[in-house]
Design a protein around this ligand. Structure first.
Ligand code: GUN
Length: 292
């Protein structure tokens, strides 16, 4: 039987409707609307699309947003100055510096400079540390979006084996950390997994993947996950967005996986919309943190 396809667009619409109501409630008691500021350095076409989508989504739920476009030849110091100004601006709830940054910029230095209470990406070491201790402030957008997707598709993780392929700071590492915790923002059923974090030096990757009840592919290689790497009935979450001559392709060979998996996310229209949605949730949270 073919896998069910997890519709990230629809799930996002559902969650965004809830966030819209929460934003309205927040404003109704006298608060200013939350405000997200996105910083875009240079002209990277993919980044321009992502930032535009984030702005449109913010508008849909009643969150104000600003886009600060900075010249691609800017220095680390230019960006540090801008981030500092945004940290000190009480009208700004959340700050997002779109990655990747140009090579001449020290990305870690810039991300570390964002106030941890405005760090809606949850990239700051303080927020990473809080997550690792099981007391998160903000949850990282893509991994938490994936937990939402699983939850709303009635796929729990407690006691199950999860394989995460890819150890990036943005997806793989926080994903593994979250699912291995004792509890989650969506309850203990959406945590408590036995997690294996696979990467380029993993020797028996196909074997580990094929034993997983939930497989998260976040490696950035088109169609890397093939049919033999999927356990029959597994939930397959494809984080990859690879631009190829055939258009956008995920990290999973979708057509092959469809025949084996129990549930699968498409690319596009899978994980991507959830990442944006959680960013909105985090921006509202940041505004609430400022208002207390
Ligand atoms: N570039 C790719 N994904 C992300 C993300 O989640 N946040 C930011 N700031 N940049 C990205």
């Amino acid at each position: 039987m073919a896998a069910s396809i997890i519709d990230g667009k629809q799930l996002s619409r559902d969650i965004q409707a809830e966030i819209k109501q929460q934003v309205a409630d927040f404003v109704a008691v006298g608060n200013a609307a939350p405000k997200l500021v996105a910083v875009l350095v240079g002209e990277d076409p993919a980044s321009q699309v992502y930032v535009k989508n984030k702005k449109l989504a913010a508008k849909r739920v009643g969150i104000d947003s600003d886009l600060m476009r900075i010249d691609g030849s800017s220095t680390t110091e230019d960006l540090l100055k801008l981030v500092n100004d945004l940290n000190n601006d009480s009208s700004v709830s959340g700050i997002l510096v779109q990655l990747p940054l140009p090579d001449q910029i020290d990305s870690l230095k810039v991300l570390d400079a964002i106030s941890p209470t405005k760090d809606v990406d949850a990239f700051h070491p303080e927020n990473v540390g809080l997550l690792s201790q099981g007391r998160p402030r903000f949850l990282p957008c893509t991994p938490f979006g994936i937990v939402h997707m699983l939850f709303r598709s009635k796929i729990t993780t407690s006691g199950k084996s999860v394989c995460v392929i890819g150890r990036s700071d943005i997806v793989g590492k926080p994903m593994a950390m979250m699912l291995a915790q004792k509890d989650s923002a969506l309850g203990p059923d959406m945590a408590n997994a036995t997690v294996t974090l696979c990467h380029s030096r993993t020797k028996n990757l196909a074997e580990v993947a094929a034993a997983a009840d939930v497989l998260v592919a976040a490696i950035g290689r088109p169609k890397f996950v093939t049919a033999d790497m999927i356990k029959p009935g597994a939930a397959v979450i494809d984080v990859g967005i690879n631009r190829t001559d055939d258009g956008l392709v995920g990290d999973v060979d979708f057509d092959a996986a469809l025949e084996i998996a129990g549930a699968i996310t498409p690319v596009p229209g899978g994980v991507g919309p959830l990442t944006v949605t959680i960013l909105l949730e985090n921006t509202l949270k940041a505004a609430k943190l400022m208002s207390v």
